[in-house]
Ligand binder design. Structure first.
Ligand code: EPZ
Length: 418
């Protein structure tokens, strides 16, 4: 199991290129199931979760070919299975995104329930009740969702809670349903809009993606298409914070500043100097970081996937602040590791009280989930001495070669293959 070794205290200089968005690529790949014609996706990040989704689709009978340079060619000509098995779903809960497309295309699906994960229980009840509203018979047997619907029909869906993959799953199902589906309180994340753009290129009729109300008029068939995936806004935010905690002056290229508006505004509030271009950011670390409260919210609010990285920043800030996690009930797993490095953080329920600046010292730390592992790498950049981050397989799920990209910016970082 690989580890990452970081020696902190080196300011960052130069340019870093952002990869395609993991959380847009995952549903985009699943959308290929909605047609028997060829699909090509460009700017897909070569991260482990995408490979896992490729295996889920191959298991169904879809042809999947990863090309160098970040393109993926897919063709779901004829499927020989409608089952997403536990062994794959347990490694990546986003596999549940095959449920809607399979039901819409084949009229049935058998998908393992994802189960809980490090950051929360994460049920999929909203996905299932929405499919039932569209006429599907849904049952859960022996840890699997069994769903059947000769033809889904359009429906009015009200999500009690904003759900990103729930919105994506039902939007995909509705593209081939009989009639009109309206999603209320839908997720507005840029990844949802990216999926809608891809589905529209395939011939789907979708209005309002990116707003809380999405209207989908079902069609009988969808066709093949080529689609370029949007840049990863969370990876972008991660490098901005890396520069702030390590010091330095960097340029972040191939990003989309508009997609992380609230993040940029919050980071500016802490004193980070951020100049925007159409698809790049110039970032200069502040002499002093200011403490500022934050609450994670659905888009366009501050993303929960930036919470752990933001906490490292606040551990280096002058003053005290509150970091409130409103999306997931257990997303402070990184706190104990940060405390081991010397951070002053106290958790009370969904709020962490952070006091800074703390002089972090390098240590051996353990990653627990994707964003927690990014947070520990950032802490390692700010810490005095050597940090060893264990279980970096979490990191590789969603960050493309983060160690190489940071080394390209002058960080003293290397991967230890063990
Ligand atoms: C997506 O997860 C992202 N994953 C997550 O990114 C991200 O943290 C999350 O959205 C929130 O922004 C992908 O896009 C693959 P939700 P998702 O459904 O869709 C509750 C990362 O680090 N809920 O929007 O699974 C749920 O428990 C990952 O890249 C229900 O109660 O999240 C949570 O509290 C981590 N019932 C809230 O809603 C449901 O049926 C939001 O979850 C569905 C969700």
């Amino acid at each position: 199991m690989d580890k990452i070794r970081i020696v902190g205290g080196k300011p960052l200089e130069g340019t870093v290129r952002i990869s395609g968005a993991k959380n847009a690529s995952l549903p985009d790949v699943c959308a290929a199931l909605l047609t028997d014609e060829p699909i090509v996706l460009d700017n897909v990040p070569e991260v482990r979760d995408i490979r896992t989704m490729g295996r889920v689709l191959s298991q169904l009978g879809c042809d999947v070919a990863f090309r160098t340079g970040g393109s993926v060619e897919l063709r779901a000509g004829t499927l020989n299975s409608v089952e997403a098995t536990y062994d794959l779903v347990k490694t990546m809960r986003a596999s549940v995104l095959v449920l809607g497309p399979l039901l819409a295309r084949e009229g049935r699906a058998r998908v393992s329930l994802p189960g809980g994960c490090a950051i929360g229980a994460r049920p999929i009840d909203l996905h299932l009740t929405a499919l039932e509203k569209m006429g599907a018979e849904v049952s859960v047997e022996r840890g699997y969702v069994e769903a059947r619907a000769p033809r889904l029909r359009g429906a009015e869906i009200h999500f009690n809670t904003v759900t990103v993959t729930g919105t994506e799953n039902i939007m995909m199902a509705a593209t081939r349903a009989d009639g009109v589906t309206v999603l209320h309180n839908a997720a507005c994340e840029p990844e949802v809009s990216d999926l809608a753009d891809m589905l529209t290129a395939m011939g789907a009729q979708i209005e309002g993606a990116g707003t809380p109300t999405i209207r989908i008029t079902g069609v009988d068939r969808l066709k093949g298409a080529r689609h370029r995936v949007i840049p990863d806004r969370i990876e972008t935010g991660t490098y901005v914070v890396a520069c702030a905690v390590a010091g330095g002056d960097i340029e972040v290229q191939q990003c989309h500043p508009e997609h992380l508006r609230s993040t940029i505004e919050k980071l500016r509030e802490t004193g980070i100097r951020i100049e925007e271009g159409p698809n790049n950011l110039r970032v200069r670390a502040p002499r002093q970081i200011k403490a500022a409260d934050v609450t994670t919210l659905p888009h366009p609010g501050f993303p929960t996937d930036m919470q752990a990285q933001y906490m490292v920043l606040m551990s280096q800030a002058n003053g005290a602040c509150r970091v409130t996690e409103s999306i997931f009930e257990n997303r402070f797993m990184h706190v104990a590791e940060l405390q081991r490095m010397g951070a002053d953080v106290r958790v009370d329920g969904r709020t962490a009280f952070v006091r800074g600046p703390s002089a972090l010292s390098g240590a051996q730390v353990m990653a627990t989930d994707l964003r927690a592992s990014a947070c520990l790498v950032l802490a390692g950049l700010a810490a005095e001495g050597e940090t060893i981050v264990d279980r970096v397989y979490h990191l590789d799920r969603g960050y493309y070669r983060i160690d190489e990209k940071l080394r390209g910016l002058g960080a003293d970082i290397e991967r230890l293959e063990t």
